[in-house]
Design a protein around this ligand. Sequence first.
Ligand code: NCD
Length: 322
Amino acid sequence: MTRKHLLSSADLSRDEVEAILDTAASMHDVQRREVKKIPTLRGRTVINLFFEDSTRTRSSFEIAGKWMSADTINITGKGSSTSKGESLRDTVKTICAMAVDALVIRHSASGACHQVAQWVDASVINAGDGTHEHPTQALLDAYTLRQRLGSLDGRHIVIVGDLAHSRVFRSNVITLGRLGARVTVVAPPTLMPSGIGDWSARDGFATSWDLDQTLYAASPGDRPDAVMMLRVQRERMSGGFFPTEREYTAGYGLTRERLTRLYAATPDLPILHPGPMNRGLEISAEAADATSSAILDQVSAGVAVRMAVLYHLLAGETEAAA
Ligand code: NCD
């Protein structure tokens, strides 16, 4: 696979997704060793440039780079010269003048990473751009689901929550679709992105406003093989998207009652959430901590998948993975 940037999930063919997930599986083995270090990216420099808050994505990119022996540096919007008014273009050109190999970027503006890729020679990896995309999250979700379910061909994945503001959902429908999964997305009408009808027809996923009908479909073949809950992204909301939190939870939360009913049919149903969670709002503590919860597996997969992405973009096929 010879690819310079990872900007959108749509960049990756099914073969490329599978190649990254297979590499991630061998990287996961490295993660289980006592000494977690391989020389693959020795002498390469990876900058994590985060203009939005992050716990999982930023630290996992940093760990991934370090375990592969790259030099990794973190820059955040607040501590950098952007807070003195420097433009994004000047910031990235300045960083790249230091001869870095890759820029991992998170930015509040949709399309920021595509723009940066045109300004710099380094590889650019999208770590979340506004409400647009988050391709490495979709890869780690696919990895986690494959670990739990095996092949995703024909599997039914239900994604529930604040779709209007979710880059995770946008990347996931593409990547899961590439792997042959059937996806249904569920949200209240006010949190459905506008134009989703055309888009679901193009990318082949289903939409619903009715969570219970989707979770407890009459035909067993239509019931979910996994459920992914998404965070209510208050920081991206300017107005009232739902009357009260209690009503949101009643209609769209993975409550204890819903979990019990789901478990009656499928006791090992994988439950995913990209984090950070609003416990008690979109997901109950019982669901987050359930025995079939895959939420911490997602975090663990995040490091392996990001190692695999760095490997494919920076080391290509010329070096051994381990
Ligand atoms: C997601 C993000 O930042 O888009 N989180 C993450 O990367 N783990 C989802 C979210 O913030 O809700």
